[in-house]
Structure formats: structure tokens, C-alpha cells
Design a protein around this ligand. Structure first.
Ligand code: 5GP
Ligand code: ZN
Length: 135
């Protein structure tokens, strides 16, 4: 299924040109136009899924295999010092394009980027309580 109003459907299916670094039947992997670092790539399924919640399991499994391949390619060809895998679901989590995509972000020592969170300081009781909820 494609969504005719979705920019990533158009990119993934070649209607809008992109800087493609990998492609197979399921995915197109393109350079992000607003990269966090040099080489920041996006894995785009060719079919439209809004986010992780509606991603079929077979696609979910393949996306991580693709991420591994791209991460290793970045290590080899860019000589990066690390790689972040980032995947945002819904606006509250930072999703801005509502077609599932996985970020593969090469990291370089002292690249100045911040991808993270402020660690909380929950009590043991609070951790116990949330573990109960999520079990
Ligand atoms: P999100 O915030 O939804 O996880 O990430 C969306 C990403 O898509 C951003 O990093 C943004 O730079 C990238 N992006 C937005 N529009 C385009 C586009 O037209 N082409 C490409 N290649 N990347 C895009
Ligand atoms: Zn789409």
C-alpha cells in the first residue's frame, strides 16, 4: 500500500529523486537531507506504514538486518567511530514524517551531536511499580 500524499512513499518508490545508497524489494535507503552527521541515512519501506505500531513483523525483522548492513558499511567506508539507530513513533516522540523510517546515524568522536535523554532518578518503589504495569 502506498499513500499518494506521503513524501516518503514517493521517495521510496522513485517518484521523487533521492540519494539512494541501498535498495531492495522492501526498502530504499537514502541520505537524510537534514543530516545529524555526515552520512546520516534513512531506511524507508516501499509500502506505507505510519510507524512501528502498524509495521508487519516480517518488515520489522528485515529493517534491522538492513540497519546492520548499513552500519557496517558506514564503519568501513566512512570510518565512523560509532552508529546510532533511532526510530521515532508519534509526534510526542519526535516523529515528523508519518511514514515509518529508521535513522542510521554515523557518529564521529567530537561530532558535537546530542542524541539522548536526561537520566531520571526514580526510587526503587517507582521502578517496581512501573515494572508491574509493564509486565
Ligand atoms: P523523524 O523526525 O520523523 O524521525 O525524521 C524525519 C527525517 O526526515 C528528518 O531527519 C528529516 O531531515 C528527514 N527528511 C524530511 N524530509 C525529507 C526529504 O524530503 N528527503 C529526505 N531524504 N529526508 C527528509
Ligand atoms: Zn508513505
Amino acid at each position: 500500500m502506498k499513500d499518494s500524499n506521503c513524501i516518503f512513499c514517493k521517495i521510496a518508490n522513485g517518484e521523487i529523486p533521492s540519494r539512494t545508497i541501498e535498495e531492495n524489494d522492501m526498502f530504499k535507503v537514502v541520505l537524510d537531507v537534514g543530516p545529524a552527521t555526515k552520512g546520516h541515512a534513512l531506511i524507508l519501506p516501499k509500502d506505507h506504514y505510519t510507524n512501528l505500531y502498524d509495521l508487519p513483523e516480517d518488515v520489522a525483522a528485515e529493517v534491522y538486518k538492513t540497519a546492520k548492513k548499513i552500519a557496517l558499511k558506514m564503519k568501513e567506508k566512512l570510518g565512523c567511530d560509532g552508529v546510532n539507530i533511532v526510530q521515532n513513533n508519534e509526534e510526542a516522540a519526535g516523529q515528523t514524517v508519518f511514514h515509518f523510517h529508521m535513522h542510521v546515524i554515523p557518529r564521529y568522536k567530537d561530532d558535537g551531536q546530542v542524541i539522548g535523554w536526561k537520566p531520571g532518578q526514580p526510587t526503587a518503589e517507582e521502578l517496581d511499580a512501573i515494572a508491574e504495569v509493564l509486565k
